[in-house]
Design a protein around this ligand. Structure first.
Ligand code: NI
Length: 149
């Protein structure tokens, strides 16, 4: 595994709409492994491929240690409720803001084996899914957050 460079606010990769993954190749699996290592080294709970300069619809999330979600071509297929909480981003260091997100989401994605998977989440995990999927469309939490000083 390798630690990748995390792009920071101002890098144009963070504002691109990413392309779907058509085929899961050994490179895809290496990227997933490297993204997990990179996210953990930075003490993050989610990382999207554009944050490491790869414009593909791939993200990893680990809100609870050891509970890793690898999301390829993820889509939110259902959501309900509302939550308001503090959010940050590895690409925007030392800035936090309050965002409104759905309290519950169901995400459909492809896993590393090519299987379609669905995850239903609430609270922090739901927020992490929303945050990472936003990254795949070039959206950042600061676009919707009330920023804190
Ligand atoms: Ni982020």
């Amino acid at each position: 595994m390798a630690k990748l460079h995390i792009r920071k606010l101002g890098d144009e990769a963070l504002r691109k709409v990413c392309r779907p993954v058509d085929n899961i190749t050994p490179r895809t699996l290496t990227l997933l492994d490297d993204m997990l290592e990179t996210m953990r080294a930075a003490n993050g709970c989610g990382l999207a491929a554009p944050q490491v300069g790869i414009l593909r619809r791939i993200a990893v999330v680990e809100v609870e240690e050891g509970q890793v979600y690898e999301l390829i071509n993820p889509k939110i297929i259902a959501f309900s409720g509302e939550q308001e909480a503090e959010e940050g981003c590895l690409s925007i260091p030392n800035q936090w803001g309050i965002t409104h997100r759905p309290m519950n989401v169901t995400v459909r994605a492809t896993d590393r084996h090519g299987n379609t998977v669905e995850y239903t989440a609430s609270g922090l995990l739901a927020r992490a899914f929303c945050h990472e999927i936003d990254h795949l469309d070039g959206k950042l939490f600061i676009d919707i957050a009330k920023m804190e000083e």
